[in-house]
Design a protein around this ligand. Structure first.
Ligand code: X2X
Length: 348
């Protein structure tokens, strides 16, 4: 059966479309902008990580006059909380854009395990020497080849150890403690080498496990410790050992990127760089100022904060040297050597 579209209605529709295309340049170009772009993150705006997402989304909305509208999906909710699947989902287009931790993407991009090598980066200048230098550019080229568009670096932070049982000063103190770890098998190797009993678990599953006592400890940046109130789920002891730090990476799915005009691509890229810079400052807040006020805040929660001496820390380094040696070729010996040199040459 043939349906006739009334001629008058058709003319009215055409007129409306023409008027719209004058108002909205995307429609005029015939490109297919979505009404919403889905930004995946593990943690929402109560954490430095999610604040970075909020800043990026706001800058993009303002600078594109709303042409690109980004909505945050914290808790990696687009992939049901399974954070180690985020990179695959991003590549497949289930996720439009993400701010992800190098740890969560390292199962798919083995080079990102670099930042999880125990005791590679002694201080913030070391992290910066990697992300702002040739190593950072190499890793962005790797991500590009892996099928996403990397735009900027952010930071989750130095992952300090906490547990419910005792103050940990030496590897011996870690013996037998059940420690929740994320993502890559490198973490299982590190904690096994230290004599602990590591167990892999998503962030969503970890918190109830602390509360019930199913696991004794974990490792995460102090800003996460306070925002997630881990002291209230029995995490009473923290050790400042600075063994690894995970950067965050701002990325966009390739097809989504290609659907934007060059001018809009430039806006999204610059907004990611601006948001990344602000986000890193937020992530380091309380830890880079004189007296490190965040440590006082944590002690005020009734948590013991243990700072191993240089010699005590060295015992952790020594215990994990074998893991470092095993993983260096898996990550890429050339890349790791380049990172070691960049760190040795860093400026404070
Ligand atoms: O799961 C974690 O520990 C977290 C939130 O730090 C990451 O996503 C890497």
């Amino acid at each position: 059966m043939k349906t006739r579209f009334p001629r008058r209605a058709l003319l009215a529709a055409l007129a409306a479309a023409a008027a719209l295309s004058l108002i909205n340049p995307c429609l005029a170009q015939g490109s297919s902008y979505k009404s919403e772009y889905r930004l995946s993150l593990v943690l929402g705006p109560a954490f430095p990580w999610g604040k970075g997402g909020e800043i990026w989304a706001n800058l993009v909305r303002e600078r594109t006059q709303g042409r690109i509208n980004i909505k945050l999906y914290p808790g990696v909710s687009l992939i049901q909380g399974d954070q180690t699947r985020e990179f695959s989902a991003l590549r497949q287009g289930v996720i439009d854009m993400a701010i992800g931790s190098t740890i969560n993407w390292s199962p798919q991009v083995k080079q990102l395990n670099l930042f999880s090598l125990p005791f590679l980066m002694p201080d913030y200048a070391a992290i910066d020497a990697l992300t702002r230098g040739e190593v950072g550019r190499d890793l962005f080229a790797t991500l590009d080849k892996a099928g996403v568009v990397p735009l900027a670096w952010g930071e989750n932070g130095y992952r300090e150890l906490s547990n419910s049982k005792r103050a940990v000063k030496t590897p011996e103190d870690l013996k037998g403690l059940k420690i929740r770890v994320v993502g890559s098998p490198l973490f299982l190797d590190t904690f096994t080498a230290l004599g602990a009993n590591p167990t892999q678990m998503s962030w969503a599953d970890a918190q109830p496990a602390f509360a019930s006592g199913a696991v004794d400890g974990q490792e995460n940046p102090l800003a996460i410790f306070t925002a997630a109130k881990l002291h209230s789920v029995a995490q009473k002891h923290i050790t400042l050992w600075g063994y690894v730090a995970d950067p965050l990476i701002f990325v966009v799915n390739k097809e989504v990127w290609a659907s934007w005009t060059p001018a809009d691509q430039a806006i999204v890229r610059q907004a990611a760089l601006d948001a990344g810079q602000q986000q890193i400052a937020i992530a380091r807040k309380g830890l880079v100022e004189p007296g490190q006020p965040l440590l006082k805040e944590i002690a005020g929660l009734g948590v013991t904060v243990t700072q191993p001496s240089a010699a005590e820390r060295e015992a952790f380094v020594k215990a994990t040297r074998g893991v470092y040696g095993k993983w260096k070729p898996q990550i890429g010996a050339e890349l790791v050597s380049k990172a070691e040199k960049a760190i040795a040459a860093r400026k404070p």
